[in-house]
Ligand binder design. Structure first.
Ligand code: NAD
Ligand code: LMR
Length: 329
């Protein structure tokens, strides 16, 4: 091993996404085949034993790139010196819980985690929030880490992006690799807008190749936006391996760059682009270079897209106002 290990913190490590994620990080799929990693697993005290079990299995993988594993139940320890933080653990909505209750319960998790990142993370820290409601949880954590550049806090919409690629490829009977420039706009929720008007298939317009407004409005958009619920209905549990896969894709591309002639979707703090209020963590098309990302500029937004983007951004604004009212940001 020539390079120093990168510290990767995973919260909710004993959960189902954690189980699908950790082995792929250890095998080099997150940061590259020449980059050793040291894993720091954060869990609540009741789940530490289960995380220890996963760590035994990681050891049994004999991964050449895995330089060590620490398991902690304290956020300060978990984020001390961390370079990549994957915030997966969150409070799921349970029966009888209102949206406000959910936001408040998650505030109790993401506020101290933001503070701990602020106190101890490495200068180059990159943060991906997976735990739902991902965009607003990222906003809460970011609000409590004033010394960390705001753009390092991102939320995961890559699963939605990948779902949209797969559905479009299926419709057109073409490999996923033929499709470029897919965009997810807005919130990681049922209001999200998967946009094919700027997407390309074999270099031509995806929207023209589809040429089916009924499919777009009544099949594609709802299918992608409600895929999480479809998976829960079918599996009896929310998506895990596909979510872990998307988290790997998100961080991999942020660190290593997006391919020439393509972009990806990430939930990032808005700089006001495309009329999204500054500071909201909303999904945009981004290109990544040299370990940083930039929102793709100058895309044409037609009236149909505009109204869909506005609806999802409206929901994000409501979530931000709700957590502000609760004193969480
Ligand atoms: P899970 O219930 O299997 O695991 C969650 C884990 O988080 C549990 O082990 C729990 O003990 C832990 N946890 C709870 N509070 C914690 C805290 N304060 N610190 C550290 N760990 C804590 O859930 P899962 O299936 O792994 O999903 C995790 C989250 O990811 C959920 O919120 C889910 O809705 C979300 N999710 C997001 C996307 C996305 O695309 N953004 C996709 C799928 C799932
Ligand atoms: C998903 O998109 O699969 C998840 O965000 C669904 C959920 O509510 O956990």
């Amino acid at each position: 091993m020539t390079q120093a290990p990168v510290n990767v913190t995973v919260t909710g490590a004993a959960g189902q996404i954690g189980y699908a994620l950790l082995f792929r990080i250890a095998s080099g799929q997150l940061l590259g085949q020449d980059q050793p990693v040291r894993l720091r697993l954060l869990e609540i005290p009741q789940a530490v034993k289960a995380a220890e079990g996963t760590a035994l299995e990681l050891e049994d993988g004999a991964f050449p790139l895995l330089a060590g594993i620490d398991i902690v139940d304290d956020a300060k320890q978990a984020f001390d010196g961390t370079n990549v933080a994957l915030l997966v653990g969150a409070r799921p909505r349970t029966k009888g819980m209102e949206r406000g209750d959910l936001l408040e319960a998650n505030g109790g998790i993401f506020k101290p985690q933001g503070e701990a990142i602020n106190a101890g993370a490495a200068d180059d820290v990159k943060i991906l929030v997976v735990g739902n409601p991902a965009n607003t949880n990222a906003l809460i954590a970011q609000a409590h880490a004033p010394d960390v550049p705001a753009e390092r806090f991102t939320a995961m919409t890559r699963l939605d992006h990948n779902r949209a690629l797969a559905q479009l490829a299926k419709k057109l009977g073409t490999p996923v690799s033929d499709i470029k420039k897919m965009t997810i706009w807005g919130n990681h929720s049922a209001t999200q807008y998967p946009d094919i008007f700027n997407a390309e298939v074999k270099g031509g317009s995806a929207a023209e190749a589809v040429n089916d407004q009924n499919w777009l409005e009544n099949e594609f958009i709802p299918r992608v936006a409600k895929r999480g619920a479809e998976i829960i209905e079918a599996r009896g549990a929310s998506s895990a391996a596909s979510a872990a896969n998307a988290a790997i894709d998100h961080v991999h591309d942020w660190v290593n760059g997006t391919p020439e002639g393509d972009w990806v979707s990430m939930g990032v703090p808005s700089d006001g682009s495309y009329g999204v209020p500054e500071g909201l963590i909303s999904s945009f098309p981004v290109v990544c270079r040299g370990g940083a990302y930039e929102i793709v500029q100058g895309l044409e937004i037609n009236d149909f897209s505009r109204s869909r983007i506005d609806a999802s951004v409206g929901e994000l604004t409501e979530e931000r106002d709700a957590v502000r009212k609760l004193g969480l940001i």
